[in-house]
Ligand binder design. Structure first.
Ligand code: ADP
Ligand code: MG
Length: 347
């Protein structure tokens, strides 16, 4: 059994990279592994010598978004065990693709609208199809950068006009993330820890300038009234854990805000059940679900999915739920669990 961990060692890896827990796991368990630069010429030929190929590619890297899936899916199609797999990642960082996929299995999602001409938006407004406020999202992005709350049809029309002309810049705005992370630091220690990560953000920012403008569609979601938090729910095999994320004052968005909580009584049973069910039906090896819980019905709605997330923040939950909803006091290290499952043929 030979494992390839893809990352470019000449560039200092982001501290949140899953390459580190993968390397640790291989070293601790005497697994034969190699670190492979994914950007090399003839990389696919070289990777044919391995059994398992792992790459925590990121939506912050334009290059990764350009070619990571070409490499991974080529290898998976030729019979290799690959993470993320086609099922995990063909829709990665594309909220429209995710919506079509989740609709196909009747997963609990907010009412969703996607329009590909401005006339369709105008018709929807005229026929009073939409309720305001409503959420508008670009297909890509994370940390809430590309998510807006539109208060009325006037705001929607002006947003739509932009989306059908010059478009909107979709590049991750790292300065927003850095500043809200620092603002939400509760003590000086976390403040310093977070401030130290700013060079990483700036590095990501330089690369972010390569991103295209988004245009030619309007994607809207019903606004789910909530109690000021959302939940990142992660399912790996038979284990499910969570990261609670508070919405900061004056905001409606939790993601990227940096204020976390781990009160497991805040995770409703319907969320546990629907997350397991969705992962089973769609064949995910590992999936991070963002849920907003409707404050009147306590029903959780999936607002986006993504194979990658902060595994460190997930470890801090200190345990996981099993399929029956029992809490097991043993941290879920998602990258490690994925590799374990791949090796033991569970995937
Ligand atoms: N339909 C919705 N109803 C209520 N709040 C939402 C909805 N969609 C997103 N949000 C809020 O906005 C934040 C960012 O949205 P999300 O779709 O997760 O985008 P990102 O990819 O930037 O994380 C979420 O963390 C949540 O707090
Ligand atoms: Mg999100």
């Amino acid at each position: 059994m030979k494992v390839a961990i893809l990352f470019d060692q000449t560039i200092k890896a982001h501290s949140t990279s899953w390459s580190f827990p993968w390397i640790n796991y291989c070293e601790q368990n005497n697994i034969d592994f190699d670190i492979v630069n994914p950007y090399e010429i003839e990389v696919v030929n070289y990777l044919m010598n391995f059994d398992i190929i792992l790459w925590h590619f990121s939506n912050y890297s334009h290059t990764d978004m350009l070619m990571a899936r070409n490499v991974l899916f080529t290898l998976e199609s030729s019979g290799k065990k690959v993470f993320p797999s086609i099922k995990d990642a063909w829709h990665f960082d594309d909220k429209l693709a995710e919506t079509y996929l989740l609709e196909s299995i009747n997963a609990p999602i907010p009412r969703s609208y996607y329009y590909y001409t401005i006339n369709e938006v105008e018709n929807a407004v005229e026929n009073k199809v939409l309720e305001f406020p409503i959420i508008a999202k670009l297909r890509n992005g994370s940390g809430s950068h590309n998510v807006k709350l539109l208060m009325d049809s006037k705001e929607l029309m002006s947003y739509s006009k932009k989306m059908f002309t010059a478009g909107l810049d979709s590049a991750p705005n790292v300065f927003h993330k850095a500043s809200s992370n620092i603002k939400s630091s509760k003590n000086i220690k976390t403040f310093i820890k977070r401030a130290k990560r700013i060079p990483e953000f700036i590095r990501s920012f330089t690369n972010a300038k390569k991103f295209n403008r988004e245009r030619g569609y309007v994607f809207l979601q019903e606004f789910i009234p909530n109690d000021g938090f959302d939940l990142k729910i992660v399912v790996v095999g038979d284990k499910l854990s969570f990261i609670g994320r508070n919405i900061l004052k004056g905001e409606f968005r939790a993601s990227g805000g940096g204020s976390l909580f781990y009160d497991k009584t805040m995770v409703p049973k319907n969320v546990i059940d629907s997350a397991f069910k969705t992962s089973d039906k769609l064949g995910f090896n590992c999936m991070g679900y963002d849920y907003v819980v409707d404050k009147s019905s306590i029903n959780g709605k999936i607002i986006e999915i993504s194979y990658g997330f902060s595994h460190q923040a997930l470890i801090n939950a200190g345990g996981y739920f099993d399929r029956e909803g029992n809490w097991i006091e043993e941290s879920l290290n998602a990258p490690e669990e994925i590799l374990k499952n791949l090796i033991t043929e569970k995937i």
